[in-house]
Design a protein around this ligand. Structure first.
Ligand code: ARG
Length: 484
């Protein structure tokens, strides 16, 4: 943003007119342009405009109600604020860097529109409690948006999961084929991870309170009706201590932490999409709409969007860490360092929404190659634990059974064949306990169906998980719809 928004060469044309700062009473000289630049938050906090205006409306009404403003002044100020809102919405508002921040930009324009009366809007208020309020309102809106998108992604995963209880792929540990699982089971893991992300965002509301009326740090010289302001702005409670209200940013930190958890979960799903779409795995294919080519290698189909969701998680960790560093050791109450908080918060909000939407779209668009996935499950000796458990059923202690199954894997691996292709005599030569019919033990459907413990990958257990996930999704949808 230049001094005049949208006029890059403005300063070359003519010197700007002298600009009177609302706080300029004790100052004689103009601010150094470079200081003005480093000091201004307007280039980014203009995004707070709707919240700033909502806060000002509630503040003006409250001042009217307690008799600090005449009824006529109250309505003229409210009309003026409405006009400012209209200009911002229409894009005709003049953004001037010399206003410093959104709070003073709004007050400047209000005063231009309603005259000196505009100066009364800041009665009993400081930018410190004002910005704390704006941030709270911004975060609340951000959380609501994330919640909708998290639930949409849960829904997209659930849709893909339904009906895939019989689709088998290898489950991995150490990225080595470990035990076969169903696709539904694998996708449900992410549904439940996202359920916790949603719960974290919902819980964030408990850290939220209404700061206005705190003033600069000590409270204000008016019997401000803070409860009325809180009611109008749909807060459950007012900040109980003025110093805490203007100094604290732990709610924003918590918000960033919730975003980061979610972004980390998404990055793991994204990584699996990348792996599944690789030629090495070949479990899935991303349609053209979600793949890009290479400028040099004509054969390439790159899963860039999934890679970016994976990569963007780094930014979330960085911003959370930077924000923690910003807060660490800051003395009470407000310090200008806090102006930087918005950079981290705004970026995380925007990035998380994009990641959530893109991931839901990719999950829905993906086509899964059941044949290839099954082949991988078959070829990786992922049924070895089940052979061991079969031997346990024959009375062998698990540790010995583990060794026998290991020898069986070695025999199959030496010949480059899956366990299911070993003949009866191959089996008996490894252990007399492996009699005829043991081939059934390694049939993938049987192996998957054997995981009957609660939360396991057996189809009936997955059926329960599908039901539970759908119920949780519904409950969360209701909770989100009921948010004030
Ligand atoms: N632009 C400031 C911020 O974002 C608003 C608060 C300014 N307060 C002050 N005492 N200078 O934090």
């Amino acid at each position: 943003m230049t001094r005049e928004a949208g006029s890059g060469g403005g300063e070359a044309r003519s010197a700007p007119p002298p600009h009177v700062k609302p706080w300029g009473g004790r100052f004689q000289d103009e601010q150094a342009p470079l200081f003005e630049r480093i000091n201004a938050s307007l280039p980014f906090d203009y995004k707070l405009a709707p919240y700033d205006l909502a806060g000002s409306r509630a503040h003006v009404r409250m001042l009217g109600a307690i008799g600090v403003l005449e009824p006529e002044e109250t309505s003229r100020l409210l009309e003026g604020l409405e006009a400012v809102r209209g200009e911002i919405e229409a894009g005709s508002f003049i953004w001037d860097l010399r206003d410093e921040d959104i709070h003073m930009a709004v007050e400047r324009r209000l005063t231009e529109l309603v005259g000196p009366l505009g100066g009364k809007v800041h009665t009993g208020r400081s930018r410190n409690d004002q910005v704390a309020l704006d941030l709270q309102l911004y975060l609340r809106e951000a959380v609501r948006g994330h919640l909708h998108l998290v639930l949409d992604l849960m829904d997209a995963l659930l849709r893909r999961a339904r009906g895939t209880q019989q689709v088998i792929l290898p489950g991995y540990t150490h990225l080595q084929r470990a035990q076969p699982v169903s696709l539904a089971f694998h996708l449900l893991a992410y549904v439940f991870m996202l359920e916790r992300d949603a719960a974290r965002f919902l819980r964030w509301r408990e850290s939220s309170w209404m700061p206005l009326g705190a003033g600069a740090l000590a409270g204000v010289n008016y019997a401000a009706d803070r409860e009325a302001v809180a009611r109008e702005l749909a807060f459950d409670r007012v900040a109980p201590n003025a110093m805490d209200a203007v100094a604290s940013r732990d709610a924003a930190f918590e918000y960033l932490a919730a975003c980061t958890c979610c972004a980390l979960n998404l990055s793991r799903l994204a990584e699996e999409l990348v792996l599944w779409c690789s030629q090495e795995f070949g479990f899935a294919r991303m349609p053209d709409a979600w793949s890009s080519g290479s400028s040099i290698m004509p054969q390439k189909r790159n899963p860039d969007a999934a890679e970016l969701v994976r990569g963007k998680a780094a930014g979330f960790i960085g911003r959370l860490s930077a924000f923690g560093s910003l807060l660490k050791g800051l003395p009470l109450a407000y310090n200008k360092d806090l102006q930087e908080d918005k950079l981290y918060v705004f970026a995380s909000r925007e990035e998380l929404d994009v990641c959530l939407e893109a991931t839901a779209a990719m999950v829905s668009a993906l086509s899964f190659d059941e044949v290839q996935a099954r082949k991988a499950a078959e070829g990786g000796y992922a049924q070895a634990t089940d052979v061991a458990d079969y031997l346990v059923g024959k009375g062998l202690p698990f540790r010995e059974a583990h060794a026998v199954a290991g020898r069986l894997v070695a025999a199959a691996a030496a010949r480059g064949i899956p366990l299911a292709e070993l003949t009866a005599s191959d089996l008996v030569s490894v252990s007399a306990l492996l009699e005829e019919g043991v081939q059934e033990v390694v049939r993938l459907e049987r192996v998957v169906a054997g995981k009957i413990s609660q939360g396991g990958t057996a189809p009936e257990r997955v059926g329960e998980q599908l039901g539970l996930a759908a119920a949780r999704l519904q409950a969360l949808r209701e909770a989100v719809a009921g948010l004030g």
